[in-house]
Write a protein that binds this ligand. Sequence first.
Ligand code: NAD
Ligand code: TYD
Length: 351
Amino acid sequence: MKTVLVTGGAGFIGSNFVKLMVKKYPDYNIINIDALTYAGNLENLKDIEGKSNYTFIKADIRDKEKIENIFESNDVSAVVNFAAESHVDRSIEEPEVFLTTNIIGTQVLLDTAKKYWKVNSEDKYCKEYKSGVKFLQVSTDEVYGALGKTGMFIETMPLMPNSPYSASKASADMIVRAYHETFGMPVNITRCSNNYGPYQFPEKLIPLVINNCLKQKDLPVYGDGMQVRDWLHVSDHCSAIDTVLHKGKDGEVYNIGGNNERANIDIVKLIIKTLDKSEDLIKYVKDRPGHDRRYAIDNTKITTQLGWSPAYTFEKGIKETIQWYLDNTEWIENIITGDYANYYSNMYSNI
Ligand code: NAD
Ligand code: TYD
């Protein structure tokens, strides 16, 4: 049986991924470790609680001893590292935690995996690993920096991150690469574009705009609103990670994108229209410092080499996503009131 350690599995993408894996691979053990920061929400995982192939452990990826204990007591064969501080605006306010979690946390995981996976962990020249092990680092297209009006990100481009968030993710990518080059660790790095879909924390553009529309609150649009993002449905992202985990060639980087470039203002207007609200709610505010103008992913490598392609069109995905937030107002309210943070103590008070 394969044991997959998923980090950050109580967050937006991680929880969607954990649910996919628990349901799709009943013969795998899925261990979800998460520090439950403000972005971690165990309510996201209600559907699979109690499944025999699923375990949750509250743990910080920076905590060496705890991570070692987890590897010691479980025969971990793969790590999928989602755990991160993920919001650019917060990284501008408070960069330090981005560096410790996103960089040092990744290094702690790599080091522990190396110790438990290398055939001879004492020999620095040994590059032989247990069969079938893999470290998959979930990264972002933001590491490439900003594009002008044309062009797309390809995997071989130099990294030119502009925010403390993207700089911390780029640093983690470099460390992962170094563990492959120096220690022979079987790794993959995936770099995806902006995700959207169910269970996204309402600080990010799409859920924020939906929630504010429903409450008749201002919709803050940074600068001129003409920044472009390449939107990817979270379930397409998760299926791509599943593909890379099983088929990715060791040491390779794979871009993941949904071929869906949209200007922010068009997204905001689309949500307003779908919810039958007024464009008077739009409020242009001061631009984000260092705001990247455009992201666009060239996903040729993963589509041609691994046979993955996105299933969602943006039209279908955004319609379903808006409906999900309409059907799950309690989920959002629990976040806004802070009640979601009590879920852990209520559910896990006996352990
Ligand atoms: P999120 O903020 O919703 O979730 C992050 C999760 O990590 C939370 O559950 C949080 O509790 C956990 N976490 C934070 N610090 C931790 C620590 N020190 N130890 C253990 N757990 C910790 O983020 P997300 O949007 O789900 O993103 C997941 C990953 O995907 C991140 O690595 C992010 O950089 C990457 N990514 C996200 C997007 C996007 O559009 N959301 C795009 C590209 C890449
Ligand atoms: P965000 O969801 O924070 O993702 P990222 O910064 O990782 O791309 O933002 C998406 C885009 O929307 C980005 O260009 C910033 C913009 N934005 C706004 O205009 N207003 C907002 O209130 C937020 C949160 C984002």
